[in-house]
Design a protein around this ligand. Structure first.
Ligand SMILES: NC(=O)c1ccc[n+]([C@@H]2O[C@H](COP(=O)([O-])OP(=O)(O)OC[C@H]3O[C@@H](n4cnc5c(N)ncnc54)[C@H](OP(=O)(O)O)[C@@H]3O)[C@@H](O)[C@H]2O)c1
Length: 248
């Protein structure tokens, strides 16, 4: 694999020997590889591994970009990096969860001071994987405004539970937030600078909290899996029908 991570064009296919297994590592055969994430089956375990057995279904929280990740048939992963896959999902479905779904779950429920509560409003930006998971998780009790620039996606968003759908081109985000609300930063869909840049002065005026989220911890992922297993209806068919990353 190329050492440059900037685009898929730079990937080069090659055959490598199976990795040598360290005492604390798990050899995983990848069943589904949407990219950063993956879902696999345990093939062998190191001497110091008790959390997994050969045959267990797993997935790898997003290690891509920093460590060798999932774009390979077999991988030796640190035992702490793997998580048991939900029993109620196929490998394809499970492989969508570690990055986009975990990021959405962390954004909504990961900070004890700012857990989204029933009856509150959540606004999700665009129709990418993170937003679509956030829409569905939030509908466990909150009300959701979804945003898109694509009129053709409005109906799909409503079917996924959006209470209102508006164009993000018409809504001014900072003005839309309630006093003492929370903005979660997960990415920069609109670019990294410009008129929409949030200044500390604007934070002060609305007294809102800016909370950056970077995916989530293994514990958060395990808690999310338990919730998904207990309430399979929360994630509707549309998430997985939309493709590996879950976007509409
Ligand atoms: N922090 C983390 O841990 C983490 C994890 C995953 C992703 N991310 C980041 O989060 C962002 C979303 O990821 P994703 O995979 O869900 O993205 P994605 O699938 O690439 O989302 C693309 C969608 O975003 C919408 N969009 C485009 N320009 C926009 C704008 N100016 N304002 C609002 N929405 C806009 C569009 O929706 P419509 O087509 O409906 O208009 C588009 O379909 C990315 O920046 C990604 O790098 C961060």
């Amino acid at each position: 694999m190329s050492k440059k991570f900037s685009s898929f064009d730079r990937l080069k296919f090659s055959e490598q020997p199976l990795p040598e297994l360290g005492d604390g590592e798990v050899l995983d055969k990848q069943n589904v590889i949407p990219g950063l994430d993956g879902a696999g089956t345990v093939v062998a375990i190191g001497k110091q591994v008790s959390r997994f057995q050969p045959g267990d279904k797993t997935f790898e929280p997003s290690t891509g970009g920093i460590l060798d990740s999932t774009l390979r048939t077999y991988g030796a992963f640190n035992k702490h990096a793997l998580v048991r896959a939900p029993s109620t999902l196929t490998a394809r479905e499970a492989s969508t969860l570690p990055c986009a779904a975990l990021t959405a779950c962390n954004a909504l429920y990961g900070s004890l001071d700012h857990v989204v509560k029933a009856g509150q409003w959540v606004l999700v930006q665009g129709t990418g994987g993170v937003s679509i998971f956030a829409l569905q998780f939030a509908k466990a009790g909150a009300r959701v405004i979804a945003t898109t620039a694509s009129p053709s996606k409005v109906e799909a968003l409503k079917q996924l539970g959006a209470d209102h759908v508006i164009s993000y081109k018409e809504a001014h985000r900072i003005e839309a937030i309630r006093m003492c609300g929370v903005i979660t930063i997960v990415g920069f869909l609109a670019g990294r600078s410009g008129d929409n840049e949030t200044s500390f002065q604007r934070c002060l005026a609305k007294m809102f909290t800016l909370r950056p989220v970077f995916a989530g911890s293994r514990v958060q992922l395990e808690e999310m899996i338990e919730a998904v297993e207990a309430h399979p209806e929360v994630l509707r068919e549309g998430v997985w029908a939309g493709g590996a990353s879950g976007g509409v």
